[in-house]
Design a protein around this ligand. Structure first.
Ligand SMILES: C[S@@+](CC[C@H](N)C(=O)[O-])C[C@H]1O[C@@H](n2cnc3c(N)ncnc32)[C@H](O)[C@@H]1O
Length: 199
């Protein structure tokens, strides 16, 4: 499925205005203004604003194996999938550290939604230490080529360009007095280690 098709499906499925566009460099750029739909249904600190998962799901109707990373109290009714969190309290599919993901069979998933703590102060709210974003991206290199990572953050994580390409950058405006965030969509590329050795 190419990006013009994803954007058309987003508009048709959500009914939201067309706010994502193909840039001349082949990347998608755009903005999501969450409007009245910004509240967090679960009331969990840092939880996805209502409507976020519906938007992402509409962009990826072809994905069958979804993993919510840093899952917290993610609303699985809005976008079902398996879950990973370091905290056991919300009963994730995998209790694991996103920086290593040793317990997660990443090759089984074709879409990862990641919502890390944004700062040391945020991490304290979850009683965790701040994550090293580059370590998470390194762990995600074990995804199969073609898998996508949808990363919601205030920072672009460091990543290896031979493993990941940025396909979309979407600014997210929640409401007054909330921080701006950016949704970066990475596609797992064929890396050097994926290329079969000549026989
Ligand atoms: C911003 S919240 C995610 C909220 C989620 N999107 C929701 O809608 O409920 C960040 C989550 O990351 C988890 N977390 C923090 N450090 C982690 C780590 N090293 N590995 C896995 N999860 C971690 C926290 O427990 C917290 O639930």
């Amino acid at each position: 499925m190419d990006w013009p098709m994803r954007i058309d499906n987003y508009v048709a499925e959500t009914g939201f205005p067309r706010s994502l566009f193909m840039g001349e460099d082949g990347r998608v750029v755009g903005t999501w203004i969450m409007g009245n739909n910004y509240r967090v249904k679960s009331a969990y600190y840092g939880g996805y604003p209502a409507g976020y998962l519906r938007r992402v799901r509409a962009l990826f109707p072809d994905k069958r194996h979804v993993l919510h990373l840093f899952s917290g109290k993610v609303d699985l009714a809005a976008f079902s999938g398996d879950t990973v969190d370091i905290n056991a309290q919300f009963n994730p599919t995998y209790i694991d550290d996103a920086q290593t993901l040793e317990r997660v069979p990443l090759g089984n998933y074709d879409l990862v939604l990641a919502d890390p703590p944004y700062s040391v102060e945020d991490a304290e709210r979850y009683q965790t230490t701040m994550v090293k974003r580059n370590s998470v991206m390194r762990a995600l290199q074990r995804l199969s080529p073609g898998a996508h990572v949808v990363w919601l953050d205030q920072v672009l994580p460091m990543y290896r360009k031979d493993f990941f390409a940025i396909e979309a950058v979407i600014g997210m405006v929640k409401s007054t007095n909330h921080r701006f965030r950016v949704v970066t969509v990475f596609r797992r590329q064929l890396g050097e280690e994926d290329v079969p050795l000549p026989v």
